[in-house]
Design a protein around this ligand. Structure first.
Ligand code: OGA
Ligand code: NI
Length: 263
């Protein structure tokens, strides 16, 4: 997966530019930074964003250069989905919910992938690969470059710590929707990616996303008697539009959906 991703980003610009778009709703696009329509300062990242489920619907549009791209990436996506659904089952149990609770609450889940490419950067202290953000989806499974570190997470004590790559390991990140569904029991962690002066870096992020029409609402069993749920109900469609209408580096998007927020 890593090798074919890197081969893609090493293609000549004329080959890649056919896929370029800054429109977040496109099902396949190559872009740069995070959301160049909204941000005033750009980041040192290029990314290929693909919708991956249902696979048959999207596969024909995927790059056929490198030649092995479709075969390798589709096999990877299928495996990641199975892993993600297993994890959702275990997360449900860990909250004292039925094993299939989250899978049902999220509806027929979409799956997106960001193949991230962070070129070698001459002045890494002046930029980020990705600035501080939380993931707007339900669950993220991240495959990191085995040789180059870059991912950092913010701890409760307001310190950034490096999540260095480990051989054959994936990083699992809970997104905003699991924070909402768990009524705040699980936190969608702030994270960012820094860049490197000596080496390029890659990562592959797979996002399990609620179905657009899914109504996200804290699980009733997790709201204490007599108390209001932390977050109001909303559809994922509403959340996703809000997320992409902002710049990163602002307050947690979920804060806008708190029940106790003053309008
Ligand atoms: C992301 C992300 C981190 C990384 O794609 O949302 O946080 O290490 N990526 O590339
Ligand atoms: Ni992220």
């Amino acid at each position: 997966m890593m090798a074919v991703g890197l081969q893609f980003f090493h293609l000549p610009p004329e080959e890649k530019e056919k896929l370029y778009s800054d429109e977040p709703s496109k099902k396949i696009r190559l872009s740069t930074s995070f959301n160049i329509r909204k941000e005033t300062v750009h980041n040192w990242r290029d990314y290929l964003r693909l919708h991956c489920h249902p696979m048959e619907e999207y596969l024909p549009e995927w790059p056929s250069n490198p030649e092995s791209f479709k075969e390798i990436v589709s096999a990877y996506c299928r495996e990641v989905r199975l892993l993600g659904l297993r994890l959702l089952g275990m997360i449900s149990l860990s909250l004292g919910l039925e094993q299939d609770y989250l899978e049902k609450a999220l509806g027929e889940q979409e799956q997106h992938m960001a193949v991230n490419y962070y070129p070698q950067c001459p002045e890494p202290e002046l930029t980020y690969g990705l600035p501080k953000h939380t993931d707007p989806n339900a669950l993220t499974i991240l495959l990191q470059d085995p040789n180059v570190a870059g991912l950092q997470v913010l701890t409760g004590g307001d310190q950034w710590i490096a999540v260095n790559p480990r051989p054959n390991a994936l990083v699992v990140n809970l997104g905003d929707q699991l924070q909402a569904l768990s009524n705040g029991a699980y936190k969608s962690v702030w994270h960012r990616a820094v860049v490197n002066a000596a080496q390029e870096r890659m990562s592959v992020a797979s996002f399990l996303c609620p179905c657009n029409s899914a109504v996200i609402s804290p699980a009733a069993g997790l709201v204490r008697d007599g108390e209001a749920a932390v977050y109001r109900s909303y559809t994922y469609d509403e959340y996703y539009k809000k997320f992409w209408s902002r710049n990163l580096d602002q307050e947690h998007c979920l804060e806008l959906f708190r029940n106790d927020r003053l309008q």
